[in-house]
Write a protein that binds this ligand. Structure first.
Ligand code: IDC
Length: 322
């Protein structure tokens, strides 16, 4: 009797209980489904770089986003080469980033959200440049979180600078093996050439032999219009599962005017095809892709007056879409 009571209490108060209630995800055709076969569309927010804005990775921020912004996914953007990047910022910085990523995973888990661990390559355009570090990092993360159902791995944010799909695919296969050694069914997102726009290249020769792989498509509505949607449509028609792990409606610099007309077209396209999406970025940086006004100093507990125009637009879109 006492043992049963203790077991009950342990289950009840265990922080992993929330995650246990989040269904594991699988890829079926081009879509994301739960293990019971229900189609799901994730709606997410990405942090800015974890070294730049670590303060937004906190429990209340995540819970608030879920409750008030209709967000069910957080992406932890860990830059590899920019400002205090994982591969360029030294050992102490690396340890701090690993702690931050784990804290982010734990907060998301407790909030009952999916969480994307993003190896945010950018100026280091070729994912193989820091392949050794990537293997070590994902091995640690996958090992530690192998019993969770809510962790998604994004192995290379945006390959760029003439890196071919073939090179990315070689890297991806290695990373998939590393992650799957611990987490055998986890969903893995693979970046595509030209800042994750060339999904057509991936559609021509997708990665074979592994389940639950999706391909990243990134757009900034101020720069990327119908031509990129057409590319995406062609890839879908060939059966390629797409995941929009980063988007905004300003231009590709992360700044400039918002294009709400093109933004609305994109949202319609995503809803129609049940494509998951993650908005850039959770910070109060003075740039149009920041969701919080630079005058807002709060790191949680925001009201609509703390949100930028982009932030308010996004919350409205997320509210109406399923
Ligand atoms: C931008 C940030 C900006 C930061 C810069 C670093 O918004 O504050 O100074 O990175 O180089 C991407 C990238 C993402 C970019 C974003 C906007 O994945 O890191 O963030 N963007 O330029 N791809 C397309 C746009």
């Amino acid at each position: 009797m006492a043992a049963a009571a203790i077991l009950f209490l342990c289950l009840f108060f265990n922080t992993d209980t929330q995650a246990a209630r989040l269904p594991a995800l699988r890829v079926k055709g081009t879509k994301l489904v739960t293990t019971s076969g229900k189609t799901v569309r994730l709606k997410g927010v990405s942090t800015h770089g974890l070294s730049w804005y670590p303060e937004y990775v906190n429990q209340k921020a995540f819970t608030d986003m879920k409750k008030k912004w209709h967000v069910n996914t957080v992406r932890l953007a860990m830059y590899t080469a920019e400002y205090n990047g994982y591969c360029t910022g030294g050992k102490a910085n690396r340890t701090a980033l690993e702690k931050k990523v784990q804290a982010g995973i734990d907060y998301a888990t407790k909030a009952g959200m999916y969480v994307i661990v993003d190896w945010h390559i950018l100026s280091d355009g070729n994912p193989r440049k820091y392949e050794k570090q990537s293997i070590q990092f994902f091995r640690k993360i996958a090992k530690k979180n192998r019993n969770k159902t809510n962790v998604i791995y994004e192995i290379c944010n945006e390959p760029n600078g003439n890196v071919s799909w073939k090179t990315i695919r070689t890297y991806a296969k290695k990373m998939i093996k590393v992650i799957r050694a611990y987490d055998k069914d986890a969903v893995i997102l693979v970046g595509t050439p030209t800042w994750s726009q060339d999904v057509d290249a991936a559609a021509k020769s997708p990665i074979k032999g592994y389940k639950n792989i999706m391909y990243s498509l990134h757009f900034y509505a101020g720069t990327h219009g119908s031509w990129l949607r057409q590319k995406a449509q062609n890839a879908l028609d060939k059966g390629l599962p797409l995941f929009v792990s980063e988007f905004a409606i300003c231009d590709a610099s992360g700044n400039g005017k918002l294009n709400t007309t093109e933004g609305a077209r994109w949202m319609k396209f995503l809803r129609k095809n049940k494509i998951s999406c993650v908005a850039w970025n959770l910070s109060n940086k003075n740039e149009s892709s920041a969701l919080l006004k630079s005058s807002s100093k709060k790191t949680s507990g925001w009201s609509s007056s703390h949100l930028t125009k982009w932030g308010r637009w996004l919350v409205k879109e997320y509210k109406k879409s399923n």
